[in-house]
Design a protein around this ligand. Structure first.
Ligand code: CDT
Length: 344
C-alpha cells in the first residue's frame, strides 16, 4: 500500500493537528478556568507630521477606536505622544515654541472627542500625550499616559520614568532626541489600576527596555501591561544595525510578558514623520512570551486579540509564583545601587 502523503495533504494534516493542540487546555490545576477572555486592541498610528493638526490626529484615533470596538475590543492601547509628531527630535529654545505640543487638563480640549466616543461605545483606553501642569505655581511637563475605563472614568496617569536622550543637542546632522530637555522624570512610580476586566499597568517606550519597570507592576498585580512608543529606526546615540532596533523592541516585550506572566499591549507611532523613520512592530504578547498578533504595516492599523487572563494567572501560580520562589534577600542592590560596582 502506498502511504506517501502529498505536500498538500501533509500541510492540511499539520494544520489540523496544530489547531487541535492549541485548543487543548494544557494547564493542569483545578483553579484553571477558561472564560476570563477580554478583547484587547492595539491601535498603531502611522506618521504624524509637524503640520498635522491635533484635530486631524484625533479623527484617526477615533476611527481606529470604532474599528476596535466593531471587532470586539473592550480596551484599546494608543501610542506614546499620540497627538503630535515626535517633537523631541527637534531643538526648541523656549516654552513658547514647544508648548503647542502639550496638553492641559484631562481631557484636554483636543482629546475630548476621543473621550466622548470611547465612553459612548463603552471602550477603555490608554493614550500617551505630553502633559503640562501647574503644581504650586510651578509649571511642570511630563511624557504621560492616561488610562480611561470603559465607563469613561479617568482611572489614573503614568508619567514616563526612563527618559532617553539628552538635555542639550548632540549636534547630529539628522535629528536629536531631547526628551530630557522637554520632560521631567515621572513622579508617580509605576501604578496599576483595578478594572472590572483586569488589573492594568502602564509604561512608556524606553521603559520597556528596563526589566524593573515590569517587575514593579507585576508585584502590584498587573495582568496587562500597556505601552506606547516612538522608536527612531536609527539610534543616534549608540549606532547599531537597524534590524536590532526591531529585535530589541520585540525581545523586551516577550521577556516582560513571560517573566511577569502578563499580557503586553505595545502600540507604535511609526513610519516616516517628515522623513524621520520610526519602527512599527506593534504587538500583543501573551504571558507565555509569544507574540500572538503583530501589526504588518507602518501605518494606522488595529490589531486585536481575545486575551485569556487566566493564562497569566496559571503561570503566576506555577513557574512564576513570586511569593514562593523570589529570593529578595539577594536583590537589595537593585534598589540601592544605580551603576555597576565591581567587588574589589
Ligand atoms: N521614545 C523613546 O523612548 N524612544 C527610545 C529611543 C531611544 S534612542 C535615544 C526607545 O527606547 O525606543
Amino acid at each position: 500500500m502506498d502511504i506517501t502523503l502529498s505536500y498538500k495533504d501533509a500541510s492540511i494534516f499539520y494544520f489540523m493537528l496544530m489547531n487541535w493542540l492549541s485548543s487543548v487546555d494544557w494547564r493542569q490545576d483545578e483553579e484553571t478556568q477558561m472564560d476570563r477572555r477580554v478583547g484587547f486592541a492595539v491601535a498603531q498610528l502611522g506618521p504624524v507630521h509637524l503640520q498635522d493638526t491635533k484635530t486631524a490626529v484625533v479623527v484617526r484615533l477615533i476611527d481606529m477606536l470604532r474599528q476596535a470596538h466593531a471587532r470586539g475590543a473592550r480596551w484599546v492601547t494608543f501610542p506614546e505622544l499620540a497627538l503630535t509628531t515626535f517633537f523631541p527630535r527637534y531643538i526648541y529654545e523656549t516654552p513658547e515654541e514647544y508648548d503647542i505640543f502639550f496638553e492641559e487638563g484631562l481631557p484636554s480640549p483636543a482629546m475630548r472627542p476621543l473621550f466622548e466616543v470611547a465612553k459612548d461605545l463603552g471602550v477603555g483606553f490608554y493614550l500617551g500625550y505630553a502633559e503640562k501642569t501647574e503644581d504650586n505655581g510651578v509649571t511642570r511637563r511630563f511624557n504621560t499616559s492616561v488610562l480611561v475605563g470603559p465607563d469613561g472614568a479617568i482611572l489614573g496617569k503614568y508619567r514616563k520614568i526612563h527618559l532617553p536622550g539628552t538635555v542639550d543637542p548632540i549636534g547630529d546632522l539628522e535629528f536629536e532626541h531631547l526628551e530630557k530637555r522637554y520632560f521631567e522624570v515621572g513622579d508617580l512610580g509605576f501604578p496599576t489600576f483595578t478594572t472590572p476586566d483586569a488589573r492594568i499597568g502602564m509604561c512608556i517606550c524606553n521603559d520597556r527596555r528596563w526589566p524593573e519597570t515590569f517587575r514593579v507592576m507585576a508585584l502590584r498585580g498587573a495582568e496587562v501591561f500597556m505601552l506606547g512608543y516612538n522608536t527612531p529606526t536609527r539610534n543616534i546615540h549608540h549606532p547599531e544595525p537597524a534590524h536590532l532596533r526591531e529585535f530589541h523592541h520585540r525581545l523586551s516585550l516577550e521577556a516582560a510578558a513571560y517573566q511577569n506572566a502578563a499580557w503586553v499591549m505595545a502600540a507604535a507611532k511609526c513610519g516616516s514623520e517628515d522623513g524621520f523613520a520610526m519602527i512599527g512592530g506593534s504587538a500583543i504578547v501573551a504571558p507565555t512570551g509569544e507574540v500572538v498578533v503583530r501589526a504588518s504595516t507602518e501605518d494606522d492599523e488595529v490589531i486585536i486579540y481575545d486575551c485569556d487572563l487566566d493564562l497569566g494567572a496559571y503561570i503566576r501560580r506555577s513557574v512564576f509564583d513570586f511569593a514562593r520562589h523570589r529570593r529578595i534577600e539577594h536583590y537589595g542592590i537593585i534598589t540601592s545601587q544605580t551603576g555597576m560596582e565591581i567587588d574589589p
